[in-house]
Design a protein around this ligand. Structure first.
Ligand code: NAD
Length: 424
Protein backbone atom coordinates (compact mmCIF):
# COMPACT_ATOMS: atom_id res chain seq x y z
CA UNK A 1 0.00 0.00 0.00
CA UNK A 2 2.77 2.42 1.02
CA UNK A 3 4.68 1.51 -2.15
CA UNK A 4 1.57 2.32 -4.22
CA UNK A 5 1.15 5.71 -2.50
CA UNK A 6 4.84 6.45 -3.07
CA UNK A 7 4.56 5.54 -6.74
CA UNK A 8 1.50 7.77 -7.14
CA UNK A 9 3.38 10.62 -5.44
CA UNK A 10 6.42 10.03 -7.64
CA UNK A 11 4.20 10.32 -10.72
CA UNK A 12 2.53 13.42 -9.31
CA UNK A 13 5.89 15.10 -8.72
CA UNK A 14 7.13 14.37 -12.25
CA UNK A 15 6.84 17.84 -13.87
CA UNK A 16 6.80 16.35 -17.35
CA UNK A 17 3.78 14.19 -16.52
CA UNK A 18 2.12 17.29 -15.03
CA UNK A 19 2.81 19.26 -18.21
CA UNK A 20 1.52 16.36 -20.31
CA UNK A 21 -1.73 16.17 -18.29
CA UNK A 22 -2.37 19.84 -18.91
CA UNK A 23 -1.43 19.58 -22.60
CA UNK A 24 -3.89 16.71 -23.01
CA UNK A 25 -6.76 18.50 -21.34
CA UNK A 26 -6.18 21.72 -23.28
CA UNK A 27 -5.80 19.87 -26.62
CA UNK A 28 -9.01 17.91 -26.04
CA UNK A 29 -10.97 21.01 -25.09
CA UNK A 30 -9.70 22.70 -28.25
CA UNK A 31 -10.73 19.64 -30.24
CA UNK A 32 -7.28 19.55 -31.80
CA UNK A 33 -6.84 16.97 -34.51
CA UNK A 34 -4.83 13.94 -33.28
CA UNK A 35 -2.20 14.35 -35.98
CA UNK A 36 -1.68 17.98 -35.03
CA UNK A 37 -1.37 16.94 -31.38
CA UNK A 38 1.45 14.60 -32.41
CA UNK A 39 3.21 17.44 -34.21
CA UNK A 40 2.80 19.72 -31.18
CA UNK A 41 4.10 17.09 -28.77
CA UNK A 42 7.16 16.05 -30.74
CA UNK A 43 10.34 18.14 -30.53
CA UNK A 44 11.42 19.39 -33.96
CA UNK A 45 15.11 18.69 -33.32
CA UNK A 46 17.19 17.07 -30.58
CA UNK A 47 20.93 17.45 -30.59
CA UNK A 48 23.34 15.48 -28.40
CA UNK A 49 27.02 16.40 -28.45
CA UNK A 50 30.19 15.12 -26.83
CA UNK A 51 32.24 17.89 -25.22
CA UNK A 52 35.87 16.88 -24.72
CA UNK A 53 37.60 19.23 -22.30
CA UNK A 54 41.05 19.36 -20.78
CA UNK A 55 40.71 19.79 -17.00
CA UNK A 56 43.04 22.01 -14.98
CA UNK A 57 45.05 18.99 -13.78
CA UNK A 58 45.76 17.95 -17.38
CA UNK A 59 43.26 15.07 -17.57
CA UNK A 60 40.86 14.86 -20.50
CA UNK A 61 37.15 14.53 -19.68
CA UNK A 62 34.19 14.16 -22.04
CA UNK A 63 30.92 15.85 -21.02
CA UNK A 64 27.54 15.37 -22.70
CA UNK A 65 25.51 18.34 -23.91
CA UNK A 66 21.99 18.62 -25.29
CA UNK A 67 20.01 21.21 -27.17
CA UNK A 68 16.37 20.50 -27.94
CA UNK A 69 14.41 22.74 -30.28
CA UNK A 70 10.83 21.84 -29.54
CA UNK A 71 9.12 24.21 -31.95
CA UNK A 72 10.19 26.93 -34.35
CA UNK A 73 6.71 27.32 -35.83
CA UNK A 74 6.30 30.87 -34.47
CA UNK A 75 9.93 32.00 -34.62
CA UNK A 76 13.48 31.05 -33.56
CA UNK A 77 13.88 28.69 -30.62
CA UNK A 78 14.20 30.39 -27.22
CA UNK A 79 15.23 28.88 -23.92
CA UNK A 80 17.93 28.57 -21.31
CA UNK A 81 20.96 26.34 -20.93
CA UNK A 82 21.49 24.58 -17.59
CA UNK A 83 24.62 22.99 -16.19
CA UNK A 84 23.87 20.25 -13.65
CA UNK A 85 24.95 16.68 -12.87
CA UNK A 86 21.41 15.32 -13.22
CA UNK A 87 20.49 16.87 -16.60
CA UNK A 88 18.71 14.34 -18.83
CA UNK A 89 17.52 14.52 -22.40
CA UNK A 90 13.97 13.89 -21.15
CA UNK A 91 14.16 16.86 -18.83
CA UNK A 92 15.58 19.16 -21.53
CA UNK A 93 12.89 17.97 -23.94
CA UNK A 94 10.10 18.79 -21.49
CA UNK A 95 11.57 22.18 -20.59
CA UNK A 96 11.85 23.02 -24.31
CA UNK A 97 8.13 22.37 -24.85
CA UNK A 98 7.36 24.48 -21.79
CA UNK A 99 9.17 27.37 -23.49
CA UNK A 100 7.06 26.95 -26.63
CA UNK A 101 3.88 27.38 -24.57
CA UNK A 102 5.28 30.25 -22.52
CA UNK A 103 6.33 32.28 -25.59
CA UNK A 104 2.96 31.60 -27.20
CA UNK A 105 0.96 32.70 -24.12
CA UNK A 106 2.64 36.10 -24.17
CA UNK A 107 2.40 36.13 -27.97
CA UNK A 108 6.05 36.89 -28.71
CA UNK A 109 7.41 35.66 -32.05
CA UNK A 110 9.66 32.94 -30.65
CA UNK A 111 9.51 29.17 -30.39
CA UNK A 112 10.67 26.89 -27.60
CA UNK A 113 14.08 25.35 -26.95
CA UNK A 114 16.26 24.31 -24.02
CA UNK A 115 19.81 23.09 -23.50
CA UNK A 116 21.82 21.35 -20.85
CA UNK A 117 25.25 20.00 -20.11
CA UNK A 118 25.77 17.13 -17.66
CA UNK A 119 28.45 18.48 -15.33
CA UNK A 120 28.82 19.56 -11.72
CA UNK A 121 29.70 23.27 -11.67
CA UNK A 122 30.54 23.10 -7.94
CA UNK A 123 33.66 21.05 -8.65
CA UNK A 124 34.72 22.82 -11.84
CA UNK A 125 36.93 25.91 -12.02
CA UNK A 126 35.91 29.02 -13.99
CA UNK A 127 38.41 28.10 -16.70
CA UNK A 128 36.98 24.57 -16.97
CA UNK A 129 33.44 25.99 -17.17
CA UNK A 130 34.58 28.40 -19.86
CA UNK A 131 36.12 25.54 -21.90
CA UNK A 132 32.93 23.45 -21.56
CA UNK A 133 30.77 26.41 -22.61
CA UNK A 134 32.90 27.26 -25.63
CA UNK A 135 33.22 23.68 -26.91
CA UNK A 136 29.47 23.07 -26.39
CA UNK A 137 28.74 26.25 -28.39
CA UNK A 138 31.14 25.22 -31.16
CA UNK A 139 29.52 21.75 -31.37
CA UNK A 140 26.01 23.18 -31.87
CA UNK A 141 27.18 26.25 -33.82
CA UNK A 142 25.21 25.60 -37.01
CA UNK A 143 21.95 25.20 -35.09
CA UNK A 144 22.27 28.48 -33.16
CA UNK A 145 21.83 32.07 -34.33
CA UNK A 146 19.49 35.05 -34.01
CA UNK A 147 17.19 33.56 -36.68
CA UNK A 148 17.51 29.95 -35.52
CA UNK A 149 17.80 29.47 -31.79
CA UNK A 150 18.65 31.94 -29.03
CA UNK A 151 19.80 30.52 -25.66
CA UNK A 152 19.67 32.25 -22.28
CA UNK A 153 20.86 31.48 -18.72
CA UNK A 154 19.17 28.80 -16.63
CA UNK A 155 20.24 26.78 -13.58
CA UNK A 156 23.99 27.31 -12.85
CA UNK A 157 24.61 29.47 -15.91
CA UNK A 158 24.71 33.28 -15.88
CA UNK A 159 25.70 36.49 -17.70
CA UNK A 160 29.30 35.32 -17.95
CA UNK A 161 28.24 32.04 -19.58
CA UNK A 162 26.20 34.02 -22.11
CA UNK A 163 29.19 36.29 -22.83
CA UNK A 164 31.34 33.19 -23.60
CA UNK A 165 28.65 31.76 -25.90
CA UNK A 166 28.29 35.09 -27.68
CA UNK A 167 32.05 35.37 -28.12
CA UNK A 168 32.49 31.78 -29.38
CA UNK A 169 29.61 32.13 -31.83
CA UNK A 170 31.02 35.48 -33.02
CA UNK A 171 34.54 34.04 -33.51
CA UNK A 172 33.12 31.28 -35.74
CA UNK A 173 30.94 33.80 -37.62
CA UNK A 174 33.90 36.19 -38.04
CA UNK A 175 31.83 39.11 -36.77
CA UNK A 176 30.13 40.09 -33.51
CA UNK A 177 26.64 38.61 -33.13
CA UNK A 178 25.16 39.88 -29.89
CA UNK A 179 21.61 38.65 -30.67
CA UNK A 180 22.62 34.97 -30.49
CA UNK A 181 21.95 34.85 -26.72
CA UNK A 182 20.00 36.89 -24.16
CA UNK A 183 20.69 37.53 -20.50
CA UNK A 184 24.05 39.07 -21.43
CA UNK A 185 25.88 41.72 -19.40
CA UNK A 186 24.67 45.27 -20.16
CA UNK A 187 28.04 46.15 -21.70
CA UNK A 188 27.63 43.36 -24.31
CA UNK A 189 24.11 44.12 -25.50
CA UNK A 190 22.03 43.12 -22.46
CA UNK A 191 18.71 44.86 -21.89
CA UNK A 192 17.83 47.33 -19.18
CA UNK A 193 15.18 45.91 -16.90
CA UNK A 194 16.09 42.25 -17.46
CA UNK A 195 17.14 41.43 -13.86
CA UNK A 196 13.79 42.75 -12.54
CA UNK A 197 11.66 41.49 -15.43
CA UNK A 198 10.32 38.21 -14.00
CA UNK A 199 9.46 39.73 -10.60
CA UNK A 200 7.94 42.77 -12.30
CA UNK A 201 5.83 40.54 -14.54
CA UNK A 202 4.53 38.71 -11.44
CA UNK A 203 3.56 42.04 -9.89
CA UNK A 204 1.79 43.23 -13.06
CA UNK A 205 -0.39 40.12 -13.40
CA UNK A 206 -1.15 40.14 -9.65
CA UNK A 207 -2.36 43.74 -9.97
CA UNK A 208 -4.62 42.70 -12.85
CA UNK A 209 -6.07 39.89 -10.73
CA UNK A 210 -6.65 42.35 -7.86
CA UNK A 211 -8.64 44.60 -10.19
CA UNK A 212 -11.02 41.68 -10.77
CA UNK A 213 -11.41 41.31 -7.00
CA UNK A 214 -11.79 45.07 -6.52
CA UNK A 215 -8.84 45.29 -4.13
CA UNK A 216 -6.02 47.86 -3.90
CA UNK A 217 -2.36 46.86 -3.39
CA UNK A 218 -2.32 48.75 -0.07
CA UNK A 219 -4.95 46.35 1.34
CA UNK A 220 -3.26 43.24 -0.06
CA UNK A 221 -1.09 40.89 2.00
CA UNK A 222 1.53 38.79 0.25
CA UNK A 223 3.56 35.71 1.22
CA UNK A 224 6.61 35.00 -0.97
CA UNK A 225 8.58 31.77 -1.07
CA UNK A 226 12.13 32.35 -2.33
CA UNK A 227 14.09 35.58 -1.91
CA UNK A 228 16.25 35.12 -5.02
CA UNK A 229 16.02 36.77 -8.43
CA UNK A 230 12.28 36.31 -8.94
CA UNK A 231 11.04 36.40 -5.32
CA UNK A 232 13.45 39.11 -4.17
CA UNK A 233 12.63 41.41 -7.08
CA UNK A 234 8.89 40.75 -6.71
CA UNK A 235 9.15 41.57 -2.97
CA UNK A 236 11.07 44.78 -3.65
CA UNK A 237 8.80 46.04 -6.44
CA UNK A 238 5.55 45.00 -4.74
CA UNK A 239 6.48 46.63 -1.44
CA UNK A 240 7.33 49.84 -3.32
CA UNK A 241 3.88 49.63 -4.90
CA UNK A 242 2.30 49.49 -1.42
CA UNK A 243 1.64 45.73 -1.04
CA UNK A 244 2.14 44.35 2.47
CA UNK A 245 4.73 41.58 2.25
CA UNK A 246 3.81 39.75 5.45
CA UNK A 247 6.15 36.76 5.11
CA UNK A 248 9.20 35.66 3.17
CA UNK A 249 10.22 32.01 3.15
CA UNK A 250 13.75 30.83 2.36
CA UNK A 251 15.38 27.39 2.48
CA UNK A 252 16.61 27.93 6.07
CA UNK A 253 13.55 29.59 7.62
CA UNK A 254 10.85 32.22 7.26
CA UNK A 255 10.28 35.73 8.62
CA UNK A 256 6.91 37.27 9.39
CA UNK A 257 5.53 40.71 10.15
CA UNK A 258 1.74 41.14 10.08
CA UNK A 259 2.14 44.87 9.33
CA UNK A 260 4.42 44.22 6.33
CA UNK A 261 8.16 43.54 6.21
CA UNK A 262 10.65 46.28 5.35
CA UNK A 263 12.03 44.51 2.25
CA UNK A 264 15.09 46.73 1.77
CA UNK A 265 16.06 46.25 5.42
CA UNK A 266 15.63 42.49 4.96
CA UNK A 267 17.98 42.56 1.94
CA UNK A 268 20.53 44.45 4.10
CA UNK A 269 20.09 41.95 6.95
CA UNK A 270 20.74 39.03 4.57
CA UNK A 271 23.79 40.77 3.12
CA UNK A 272 25.20 41.19 6.64
CA UNK A 273 24.30 37.81 8.12
CA UNK A 274 23.93 35.53 5.09
CA UNK A 275 20.33 34.65 6.01
CA UNK A 276 16.87 36.22 6.35
CA UNK A 277 16.45 34.47 9.74
CA UNK A 278 16.59 36.58 12.97
CA UNK A 279 15.54 39.74 11.16
CA UNK A 280 15.07 42.33 13.93
CA UNK A 281 11.86 43.79 12.43
CA UNK A 282 10.08 40.45 12.06
CA UNK A 283 9.45 37.17 13.82
CA UNK A 284 11.06 33.90 12.82
CA UNK A 285 8.45 31.44 11.61
CA UNK A 286 8.39 27.82 10.62
CA UNK A 287 8.52 27.51 6.79
CA UNK A 288 5.40 25.34 6.55
CA UNK A 289 3.39 27.65 8.81
CA UNK A 290 4.36 30.63 6.67
CA UNK A 291 3.37 28.89 3.42
CA UNK A 292 -0.13 28.27 4.75
CA UNK A 293 -0.69 31.71 6.31
CA UNK A 294 -3.97 33.44 5.52
CA UNK A 295 -3.07 36.03 2.89
CA UNK A 296 -4.37 37.61 -0.31
CA UNK A 297 -1.48 36.53 -2.53
CA UNK A 298 0.86 33.55 -2.28
CA UNK A 299 3.84 33.85 -4.62
CA UNK A 300 5.96 30.69 -4.79
CA UNK A 301 9.24 31.74 -6.41
CA UNK A 302 11.73 29.09 -5.33
CA UNK A 303 11.29 25.68 -6.90
CA UNK A 304 8.92 23.13 -8.43
CA UNK A 305 6.40 20.84 -6.65
CA UNK A 306 5.70 23.03 -3.63
CA UNK A 307 1.91 22.67 -3.81
CA UNK A 308 0.79 19.06 -4.13
CA UNK A 309 -2.25 16.88 -3.41
CA UNK A 310 -0.87 16.53 0.14
CA UNK A 311 -0.99 20.21 1.07
CA UNK A 312 -3.09 22.14 -1.49
CA UNK A 313 -6.11 22.06 0.85
CA UNK A 314 -4.08 24.02 3.43
CA UNK A 315 -3.45 27.01 1.16
CA UNK A 316 -5.29 30.05 2.51
CA UNK A 317 -4.50 32.59 -0.22
CA UNK A 318 -7.05 34.13 -2.59
CA UNK A 319 -4.56 34.47 -5.44
CA UNK A 320 -1.72 32.10 -6.30
CA UNK A 321 0.84 33.80 -8.54
CA UNK A 322 3.35 31.21 -9.75
CA UNK A 323 6.73 32.93 -10.02
CA UNK A 324 8.59 29.59 -10.09
CA UNK A 325 8.29 27.04 -12.88
CA UNK A 326 6.02 24.14 -11.96
CA UNK A 327 5.35 24.97 -8.27
CA UNK A 328 1.95 23.23 -8.45
CA UNK A 329 1.36 19.62 -9.49
CA UNK A 330 -1.46 18.82 -11.92
CA UNK A 331 -3.18 16.74 -9.21
CA UNK A 332 -3.25 19.83 -6.95
CA UNK A 333 -4.89 21.93 -9.70
CA UNK A 334 -8.37 20.57 -9.02
CA UNK A 335 -8.05 21.11 -5.25
CA UNK A 336 -7.14 24.76 -5.83
CA UNK A 337 -10.04 25.07 -8.28
CA UNK A 338 -12.47 23.64 -5.69
CA UNK A 339 -11.18 26.15 -3.17
CA UNK A 340 -11.82 28.89 -5.79
CA UNK A 341 -8.25 30.13 -5.55
CA UNK A 342 -7.45 32.42 -8.47
CA UNK A 343 -4.35 30.85 -10.02
CA UNK A 344 -2.04 32.84 -12.28
CA UNK A 345 -0.19 29.90 -13.87
CA UNK A 346 3.59 29.82 -14.29
CA UNK A 347 3.60 29.99 -18.10
CA UNK A 348 1.86 33.37 -17.74
CA UNK A 349 3.00 34.67 -14.33
CA UNK A 350 6.76 34.26 -14.85
CA UNK A 351 6.82 35.07 -18.58
CA UNK A 352 8.12 38.58 -17.87
CA UNK A 353 11.65 37.15 -18.03
CA UNK A 354 11.37 35.71 -21.52
CA UNK A 355 9.48 38.81 -22.65
CA UNK A 356 12.38 41.10 -21.75
CA UNK A 357 14.74 38.53 -23.28
CA UNK A 358 12.73 39.01 -26.45
CA UNK A 359 13.24 42.79 -26.07
CA UNK A 360 16.99 42.18 -25.67
CA UNK A 361 17.04 40.20 -28.93
CA UNK A 362 15.06 42.97 -30.70
CA UNK A 363 17.39 45.70 -29.39
CA UNK A 364 20.51 43.73 -30.38
CA UNK A 365 19.15 43.22 -33.89
CA UNK A 366 18.29 46.91 -34.17
CA UNK A 367 21.55 48.00 -32.59
CA UNK A 368 19.44 50.56 -30.74
CA UNK A 369 18.83 50.38 -27.01
CA UNK A 370 15.75 51.40 -25.08
CA UNK A 371 15.64 53.18 -21.75
CA UNK A 372 14.30 51.33 -18.73
CA UNK A 373 10.94 53.11 -18.76
CA UNK A 374 10.29 51.95 -22.32
CA UNK A 375 11.26 48.35 -21.45
CA UNK A 376 8.92 48.39 -18.43
CA UNK A 377 6.09 50.03 -20.32
CA UNK A 378 6.26 47.46 -23.13
CA UNK A 379 6.54 44.62 -20.62
CA UNK A 380 3.42 45.86 -18.87
CA UNK A 381 1.49 46.04 -22.14
CA UNK A 382 2.37 42.43 -23.01
CA UNK A 383 1.69 41.05 -19.51
CA UNK A 384 -1.68 42.83 -19.23
CA UNK A 385 -2.81 41.72 -22.69
CA UNK A 386 -1.74 38.13 -22.02
CA UNK A 387 -3.49 38.10 -18.65
CA UNK A 388 -6.68 39.34 -20.30
CA UNK A 389 -6.40 36.75 -23.10
CA UNK A 390 -6.10 33.93 -20.55
CA UNK A 391 -8.94 35.16 -18.34
CA UNK A 392 -11.21 35.65 -21.38
CA UNK A 393 -10.45 32.08 -22.53
CA UNK A 394 -11.13 30.74 -19.03
CA UNK A 395 -14.51 32.45 -18.95
CA UNK A 396 -15.47 31.50 -22.48
CA UNK A 397 -14.54 27.83 -22.12
CA UNK A 398 -15.44 27.53 -18.41
CA UNK A 399 -12.02 26.20 -17.44
CA UNK A 400 -9.55 27.32 -14.79
CA UNK A 401 -6.78 29.74 -15.72
CA UNK A 402 -4.04 27.16 -16.16
CA UNK A 403 -5.93 25.13 -18.73
CA UNK A 404 -6.97 28.42 -20.35
CA UNK A 405 -3.30 29.47 -20.62
CA UNK A 406 -2.41 26.13 -22.25
CA UNK A 407 -5.40 26.50 -24.57
CA UNK A 408 -4.31 30.00 -25.64
CA UNK A 409 -0.77 28.71 -26.27
CA UNK A 410 -1.73 25.52 -28.10
CA UNK A 411 -4.23 27.40 -30.22
CA UNK A 412 -1.60 29.93 -31.31
CA UNK A 413 1.06 27.34 -32.13
CA UNK A 414 -1.46 25.06 -33.86
CA UNK A 415 -2.74 27.98 -35.98
CA UNK A 416 0.81 28.85 -37.04
CA UNK A 417 1.47 25.24 -38.07
CA UNK A 418 -1.83 25.01 -39.97
CA UNK A 419 -1.24 28.28 -41.80
CA UNK A 420 2.31 27.33 -42.74
CA UNK A 421 1.23 23.84 -43.79
CA UNK A 422 3.30 20.70 -43.49
CA UNK A 423 6.23 20.96 -45.90
CA UNK A 424 6.91 17.74 -47.70
P1 NAD B 1 17.29 32.00 -7.53
O1 NAD B 1 18.25 30.89 -7.32
O2 NAD B 1 17.79 33.38 -7.76
O3 NAD B 1 16.30 32.08 -6.26
C1 NAD B 1 15.66 30.99 -5.69
C2 NAD B 1 15.59 31.26 -4.18
O4 NAD B 1 14.78 30.26 -3.57
C3 NAD B 1 16.96 31.20 -3.50
O5 NAD B 1 17.13 32.36 -2.69
C4 NAD B 1 16.91 29.93 -2.68
O6 NAD B 1 17.66 30.00 -1.50
C5 NAD B 1 15.42 29.81 -2.38
N1 NAD B 1 15.01 28.44 -2.07
C6 NAD B 1 15.50 27.28 -2.55
N2 NAD B 1 14.84 26.24 -2.01
C7 NAD B 1 13.92 26.75 -1.19
C8 NAD B 1 12.93 26.19 -0.36
N3 NAD B 1 12.77 24.86 -0.26
N4 NAD B 1 12.13 27.02 0.35
C9 NAD B 1 12.27 28.34 0.26
N5 NAD B 1 13.20 28.95 -0.52
C10 NAD B 1 14.01 28.16 -1.21
O7 NAD B 1 16.34 31.51 -8.70
P2 NAD B 1 15.31 32.38 -9.54
O8 NAD B 1 15.96 32.82 -10.79
O9 NAD B 1 14.67 33.39 -8.65
O10 NAD B 1 14.25 31.26 -9.95
C11 NAD B 1 13.25 30.82 -9.05
C12 NAD B 1 12.20 30.05 -9.84
O11 NAD B 1 11.67 30.90 -10.84
C13 NAD B 1 12.70 28.80 -10.57
O12 NAD B 1 11.65 27.88 -10.60
C14 NAD B 1 12.97 29.33 -11.97
O13 NAD B 1 12.92 28.28 -12.94
C15 NAD B 1 11.81 30.28 -12.12
N6 NAD B 1 11.99 31.30 -13.17
C16 NAD B 1 13.02 32.20 -13.11
C17 NAD B 1 13.13 33.18 -14.08
C18 NAD B 1 14.21 34.24 -14.03
O14 NAD B 1 14.16 35.15 -14.85
N7 NAD B 1 15.14 34.17 -13.09
C19 NAD B 1 12.21 33.24 -15.13
C20 NAD B 1 11.17 32.32 -15.17
C21 NAD B 1 11.06 31.36 -14.17
Amino acid sequence: MIAQVDQAMERELNPWLSAEARFKEAAERLNLDEGLQKVLRTPAREITVAIPVQLDDGRLEVFTGYRVQHSIARGPGKGGIRFAPDVTLDEVRALASWMTWKCAVVNIPLGGAKGGVICDPRILSQIELERITRRYTAEIFEFLGPDKDVPAPDMNTNEQTMAWIMDTFSMHSRHTVTAVVTGKPMSLGGSRGRPEATGRGCMIVTMEALKLLGKAPSETSVVIQGFGNVGGMAARLMSRMGFKIIAIIEWDGAVYNAGGLDVEALFAHRRETGSIVDFPDGENMDRETALFLKCDVLLPAAKENVITSRNAHKIRARILCEGANGPTTSVADSILAEKKIFVIPDILANAGGVTVSYFEWVQDRQGFFWNEDLVNQRLEEIMVNSFNDVVAFAQKHKVHNRIAAYMVALDRVASAIKLRGIYA
